[in-house]
Design a protein around this ligand. Structure first.
Ligand SMILES: [Zn+2]
Ligand SMILES: [Zn+2]
Length: 133
């Protein structure tokens, strides 16, 4: 699967199927996306490649050890990574061009959810990342 940022500088590829996905309602994701939640899927570092624009990627440590990587030209969120789990890449699904066919499994950080968005499905809700992820 291929993805890119809004200005086109950053292009990346993900091998194989994307793993389980979550919607994250934390305050940082609200600020980064300008919306109610971030749609996030997990993959591993060996399946994720920046194919162009590595030099355009900037990062911000939004909480201790958690780095949000984004395009410095257009601000598109690309992925996040934590120092505790350096092999896990948390991709922001909006950048992927291809049909993803992903299954959303959970809602996370729901205690921080905005009051103007309502969760209307029956997926499990967590106050953090569930340990199985
Ligand atoms: Zn860009
Ligand atoms: Zn979040």
């Amino acid at each position: 699967m291929k993805g890119d940022c809004l200005c086109g500088a950053v292009n990346y590829e993900v091998d194989g199927e994307i793993g389980d996905a979550v919607r994250c309602y934390c305050r940082s994701c609200q600020q980064v996306t300008g919306s109610a939640f971030a749609s996030v899927a997990l993959t591993t570092a060996d399946k994720f490649r920046i194919t162009s624009g590595q030099e355009s990627i900037a990062s911000f440590e939004s909480s201790p050890g958690k780095h949000r990587h984004f395009c410095s030209g257009c601000g598109s969120a690309v992925y996040t990574k934590t120092e505790a789990d350096p092999d896990v890449i948390r991709i922001r699904l909006g950048g992927i061009e291809d049909p993803v066919g992903v299954n959303f499994k959970h809602h996370i950080f729901v205690t921080e959810k905005v009051d103007w968005y309502e969760i209307t499905d029956d997926l499990p809700q967590f106050d953090a990342w569930p340990t199985m992820l």
